[in-house]
Each structure stands twice: as C-alpha cells, then as structure tokens.
Design a protein around this ligand. Structure first.
Ligand code: BES
Ligand code: ZN
Length: 467
C-alpha cells in the first residue's frame, strides 16, 4: 500500500466522528422528492452537498432542471503535468423515499439516531443507506485525500440527483444537455449492496422495470350497496379479480408474452452463483420471514436476480375509513410494477399489461392507465480495468476478494449513462439486505459507512495506478 494511501486511511480513522456528524446533518434534511411539500428541503439538501464539496476543493454548483436540482462538482485531479489518470464520474442521489408509515418508526425519520445493533453502532434515519450514507462514503474519501495530499489522485466529476426515488424525470434531458461537461471514463455508482458485512461486492446486473397505474371506473358515483349491490358492476370486485389472475398457481406471470424474451441462466453463471453460498435464511430473516415464495423451479437468488416479476405496490378504492360503510365505490385503483430481466423490452411488456387489463374489463367498466416509468435491465462488463481496480481497492480494505453479484433493484441512471454519455458504470455499494431500504427504521451500519469511505479511498489509489 502506498504511503499516501496509508496516511489517507489514518486520516479517515481520525475523522470518523466528524464524518458521522456530517452524515447526521445531511440526514436531518427531509429531501422527499415525490412530495412537493418538501421541495424547499430537497433544494436545501442539494445546497448542503454543493457547499460541502466546495469546501474540499471542488468547483461545485446546484444546477436547475424542470424538477429537483442536480449537484455537479468538478475536481481537476493531480496537479503534476502529464499524469495519466482516469476521469471518474461519481453518481449518487440525495433524495429519499417518503418515510410513512410514520407510526412504525422507533425514532423520527429525520432525527437520525446512532443505536447499538448486532454489528455495533448503526445510523437509523430515512436515507441512511439509500442513498445519503452511501454518497457520503465517496465524499468523505475525497475529503481525506484532499486534506492529506492537497489533491485527488484521479480526475473527478460528481453528479448528485434529487429525483431518483421519483422516476428520474430530469435525468436524461440533463445528461443530454451537459454531455460534454459530464464526460468521463467510467461512472462509479454508490447505490448498491455488499454480499455480507465481511464480503464486499460489485454489482454487475440490475433488473429493469415497468411501473403502471390502472384505474377501473364503473358507476357515476358511489352507490348504496343494498340498493345496487348485485345489480351493477362493482369496480373493486372487478379489479381484484383481474389482479388475482396476474399469477398462476406456479407463480408465473400470466401476461401474454411476458417470458418470450427471457433467457435461462447459463450453467457457468448458475455455477458461479451457487459457489457464492447464499444464506437464504438470513436473507429471509431480513424481511421477517421464514418461508421463500415465488416462481416454481428457481432458487431465491435466481428469482430476485434473473427472473422477472409483477407486483402490486398499492391498491385503493371504496371505503377504508373507520367502522363500516355499505357502499359500492365508483372506481378502484392499483399501482403495479414489473421487474424485468435482460432482453425484455419494457415497452412491449407495458403494452401486454395494458392488453391484460383491457381484455378482462367487464361490461359497465372502463379502464385507464398512467405510466410511472420504464427502464430495461442492465449488465455492466466484468472484464474492465476499472472493475479490476475496484476489486483490488476493496481487497486492500477487506482483506478478501469482492464477489460479483446481481441485484433485484433498478438504478435507471446506469442505462442512461451507457446510452447518453457512452460509458459504463461500476456499481460499488455498502448496503446490507436487512437495511430496511424504503421501509420504516432504515439504517446504515457504521462499520459499512466507514469501510465504504476507506474503500473509496483505496479504489481511487488503484484507479490512479498507485499500489
Ligand atoms: N438504491 C435503490 C436500488 C437498489 C435497491 C439497489 C436494492 C440495490 C439493492 C434505488 O434507490 C431504488 O430504490 N431504485 C428504484 C428505481 C425505480 C424508482 C425506477 C427501485 O429499484 O425501486
Ligand atoms: Zn437508491
């Protein structure tokens, strides 16, 4: 390990309480991108990050979009002329999911708490791991390099988005308008997980997604269920019947052509995944479950990484208030999303889903649809020099080799960067399966946070070709 990296790692250790305090400050800002009541707070988080990056030698600014702002920051890299180092774009998102249901939080979501857990201290707050804690891992690594060496070992651009949790509507236009400014050799994305707390991971496949809202409209207004029950169609009965037909008894999605383009795993990949030694019961325990569930004939890992799904994310209609109300609601609504795998075309799946609902809509009802986003599944190359550098840097910190994993989640920016900016991404993250992402009591292990900072420092050294 180079002497400079040694000094950087020492500096990170000495600064750990301040790093935690900075994260706590950022987590205290409720930057909920889907809720316009929080627009000012979302902007405040962007400004906080631009100010922080500005304080460590970046040329940083908050940049307007038609939605929430982006933070863009540049660092020139080493001052020595002729240094042949890569230019890396670091991506993270500073927006968070809504915290509800609030009653289930043990402490308020935007009043971060450091509490003891099975792995030592953990930080509990909305956004702790998704994604504020993770984006601070690379910012803290930059800070340490800058403080120790007066510069960064590689050329860096930072892009922090404020709409990732609400479908990234401004992302593609922003990438197109700022293509030259955002040019780099590779993008490091910090929004993924580890294999387990001892084993770092690099994610090489992500699922895609189609998100659709469907509404079934019936009578012109809510009806007395005694006067009209049995005489006219009930949109809630009708919609739940259709939704009930989405899966067969083997857990296969019944939408026409859903599996047409899905490829089976190759024996090589299946073998590599088996060798990972997936601990199913720990994974399930992270969800408070003992039993797996899903498409027959596939393992849990295969079902989440390599098989498509269709899930109802929410349903409303009729009377859900206190007590009883004998009513036939005039409409019913459901939100559903399909996770897609390689080669599935999101537009084709969306059309097939619409056809699924339209062809089953009973007389007297009409249906309408709202699209909430579509993105294909993504794979990133596993044979690039950047990936080798990341593996080496993770190895320096963890003393064991990083594993290559898939994830069931979606990170649309990876596809956008591939298509618009023309380079690949490197997905290195430090989340754990039981971090309660998008749920009450979201947390980030302090150990993951600090090893994440160390890892980014070491990866930068490796990317610069410094051992
Ligand atoms: N950080 C997640 C993606 C993720 C989740 C990666 C779990 C690895 C493991 C990200 O913020 C996210 O939630 N993305 C959305 C994207 C969607 C809104 C298009 C998702 O996957 O639901
Ligand atoms: Zn995220």
């Amino acid at each position: 390990m180079s002497q400079t990296l040694d000094a950087v790692l020492t500096r990170i250790d000495a600064d750990r309480d301040q790093a935690l305090a900075r994260l706590v400050e950022l987590l205290s800002i409720p930057s909920i991108s889907t809720d316009s009541d929080y627009d000012a707070e979302t902007r405040r988080a962007a400004q906080w990050l631009a100010d922080d990056l500005g304080s460590i030698g970046f040329d940083a600014s908050v940049r307007e979009t038609t939605g929430h702002p982006m933070v863009v920051a540049h660092h020139p890299g080493p001052k020595s002329a002729g240094a042949n180092v890569p230019h890396v774009l670091y991506y993270g998102h500073y927006d968070v999911q809504p915290p509800d249901p609030l009653a289930l939080w043990k402490s308020p979501p935007f009043e971060p708490q450091v509490v003891e857990g099975e792995h030592g201290e953990r930080i509990v707050a909305r956004g702790a791991v998704d994604d504020k804690g993770q984006l601070m891992t690379f910012i803290e690594a930059f800070r340490a390099w800058q403080k120790v060496d007066g510069e960064l070992p590689i050329k860096v651009t930072v892009l922090l988005e404020g709409e990732e949790e609400s479908g990234s509507p401004s992302l593609d236009p922003f990438l197109m308008e700022n293509k030259d400014e955002l040019a780099a050799d590779v993008c490091v994305v910090c929004d993924t997980g580890m294999w387990n707390i001892e084993t770092p991971a690099i994610t090489y496949m992500l699922r895609g997604m189609v998100y659709l809202e469907v509404a079934l409209h019936g009578p012109s207004h809510d009806l007395h269920s005694g006067m009209y029950g049995g005489a006219v169609v009930n949109p809630l009965n009708a919609l739940t019947k259709i939704l009930g037909e989405l899966h067969d008894e083997n857990g296969r999605v019944q939408v026409r052509g859903f599996y047409d383009d899905v490829e089976e795993l190759t024996p090589t990949e299946r073998g590599a995944w088996e060798r990972l030694g997936f601990d199913e019961s720990t994974f399930l325990a992270g969800a408070g479950m003992k039993q797996p569930f899903g498409e027959k004939g596939y393992s849990t890992l295969e079902r989440t990484w390599a098989r498509p799904t269709c899930d109802i994310n929410g349903m409303v209609g009729g009377y859900t208030g206190k007590g009883a109300k004998t009513v036939i609601g005039d409409h019913a609504r459901a939100k559903l999303s399909c996770r897609l795998v390689a080669h599935q075309d999101p537009n084709k799946i969306e059309r097939a889903l619409i056809e699924f609902f339209e062809s089953r809509t009973p007389p007297g009802c009409t249906c309408s649809f709202t699209n909430h986003g579509a993105a294909p599944a993504i794979r990133v190359p596993t044979d690039s020099p950047h990936l080798e550098a990341a593996k080496a840097g993770l190895g320096d910190v963890y003393g064991r080799e990083a594993v290559l994993i898939g994830t069931g989640g979606s990170i649309p920016v990876v596809g956008s960067i591939q298509q618009i900016l023309g380079f690949d991404s490197l997905l290195v993250g430090f989340g754990l399966d039981d971090d309660r992402v998008h749920s009450p009591n979201e947390k980030f292990e302090r150990r993951c946070f600090e090893n994440g900072i160390r890892s980014h420092a070491a990866i930068m050294a490796r990317l610069a070709g410094r051992k």
